[in-house]
Design a protein around this ligand. Structure first.
Ligand SMILES: [Zn+2]
Length: 248
């Protein structure tokens, strides 16, 4: 279905663009930004189809629903593996090996989730709730662009890699989820998310490959130190934020 393909592409491009000026940010603000930018690129037909599926509480705004799967995950932990696609550390994602649950259930990773919720949206006879499928898909396309969501099982996607971010102690996953965007929003956009979104959207002229390449390399470095340094390199590509990060 053309509308779905367009939505998919727009969400992926928005996720890539959202990290362009300020690296990564996949907390509430990061997911909101990805979806907000994606919404502005939807065709009239796609926008109407998306609005038709949104819950009333969203007020017609897809971005307002994009963190819902993180809330859902706390209430229904079964969905937690759907947010990630970690590998044992060999830098090769193997679907059969890396996309299964602890009891061997199939499709239990973010790649499987994107496939399945896309299929559910394309099939009008699907038994799955189409509203939830849309909200899951919009969230997971954002997640899959956060390098630590496609990281290493050994360090739980950077959660056990302790680092300093400016003056605070944190972990590498948290840096990519929240810290970079928080710092950028504060220092470059006066804590105004709308201004930050506008600035990113104005600069949305980069090629998809350019911003994908550094993040793909990021989690493949064997040592935490190299992965942290790779993150700094990625931040420097933005030209707007010089990340102050060092291993703990
Ligand atoms: Zn998530």
């Amino acid at each position: 279905m053309a509308m779905l393909l367009l939505l998919h592409f727009v969400l992926a491009a928005a996720a890539a663009a959202a990290r362009a000026p300020a690296a990564q940010a996949w907390g509430v603000e990061g997911h909101y930004m990805v979806c907000k930018i994606a919404e502005s690129y939807l065709s009239r037909e796609a926008s109407a189809a998306v609005k038709g599926l949104l819950p009333e509480s969203a007020g017609g705004e897809l971005a307002k629903t994009c963190s819902w799967p993180d809330t859902e995950r706390r209430q229904n932990p079964w969905s937690t593996p759907l947010h990630f696609a970690d590998t044992p550390g060999d830098c090769n994602f193997c679907y059969a090996r890396d996309c299964q649950g602890t009891k061997g259930e199939k499709d239990m990773c973010v790649v499987g989730a994107i496939n399945n919720y896309t299929a559910a949206l394309k099939d009008s006879s699907s038994p799955y709730n189409r509203t939830e499928s849309l909200m899951f898909l919009a969230h997971f396309v954002g997640d899959v662009h956060q390098p630590m969501h496609c990281g290493r099982t050994a360090d739980l996607g950077g959660n056990t890699v302790l680092v300093h971010w400016y003056t605070s102690k944190t972990n590498l996953h948290k840096v990519w989820d929240d810290k970079v965007i928080g710092t950028a929003m504060n220092r470059l956009y006066r804590d105004d998310l709308t201004t930050m979104i506008s600035a990113i959207t104005r600069n949305l002229t980069v090629s998809y490959y350019f911003w994908t390449a550094p993040s793909v390399r990021l989690h493949c470095w064997p040592s935490p130190k190299r992965r942290v340094q790779s993150g700094v390199t990625t931040a420097k590509y933005s030209g707007e934020l010089r990340a102050r990060i060092r291993t703990s």
